[in-house]
Ligand binder design. Sequence first.
Ligand code: FDA
Length: 301
Amino acid sequence: MITRDFFLFLAKNDFMKDKARKWGPKFGAKSVIAGETIEEAMQTAKELNEKGLKVTVDHLGEFVYNKEEAMDAADYCIRTLEGMEESGVDCNLSLKLTQLGLDIDKELCISNMRAILDTAKKYNNFVRIDMEDYSHIEATFEVLEELRKTHDNVGPAIQAYLFRSEQDVEALKGMNIRLMKGAYNESPEVAFKDQKEIDNNYINIIKRHMRNGSYAAVATHDHKIIAEVKKFAEENGISKDQFEFQMLYGFRSELQEEIAAEGFKMRVYVPFGNDWYGYFMRRLAERPQNITFAVRGVLTN
Ligand code: FDA
């Protein structure tokens, strides 16, 4: 039996990550990754926009330990924002701080982020900081606090599986936050392990954030959570402008379009680039049914 832990273990395998960069998307990853270049990502964003869907693109990459690589990643983020402006898509940017040097030097990461946020500001755009594993949480919030002194076009992501998430949502009141269940393998000392407890906490923090009058990006493929959020908004007179739903590219596409057709904001997270391996392994870990992507991919590659 292939387990969630096995795929999360594979997701961190540096040898495989390195090989995968050279191969390009394999094992069915193509159906959940929008190509390798900015042009391909913009083309996908355009097609999604035509279906009434908003987009956030993520140039895949994480856990960079080399200064030059971190600066190149920042430069690529800037070019991606320019690509969005040139192609006129309804799209913002998602990124990971470890890609921008968080593990090398916090000041380098902040300076890379400021350059990215300046470009986003120039184009009236927004940047979402994805949340990574628990060992990076404190540093991520420290960087965010620094950035918020000079920029308001940036927002974090909060993982409902963490015990601390309710406190974090309260501390970040007023901010545009993405809320999701959480994708990494965390210790029972810091995270709920039981699915029901995670779901309860997820609903709890979403409602808390919305009740506070803050903007919520509810990132889930779980139709039960989505139904509950819609009901909560309606019962409490919360406008459709105060929240959005988000899903990953290639997952539940029909549901994405249905939600948009109902007049809700629906944003699709579109990853692209050659560093696809860790992202794809985490998706396989989340849902055993996703393995059909991999099997189909092996057969068609
Ligand atoms: P979950 O996997 O818990 O599924 C719940 C139920 O929904 C299933 O039992 C099934 O009924 C239904 N369902 C789910 N997927 C389905 C499918 N494909 N087809 C049919 N039914 C399905 N994580 C993180 O740690 N940091 C981050 O920054 C982000 N960012 C992020 C952005 C966006 C836009 C999304 C959608 C997700 C993330 N995540 C993330 C990942 C997130 O934390 C979480 O691991 C996954 O979204 C899986 O949890 P779900 O809430 O989607 O449903």
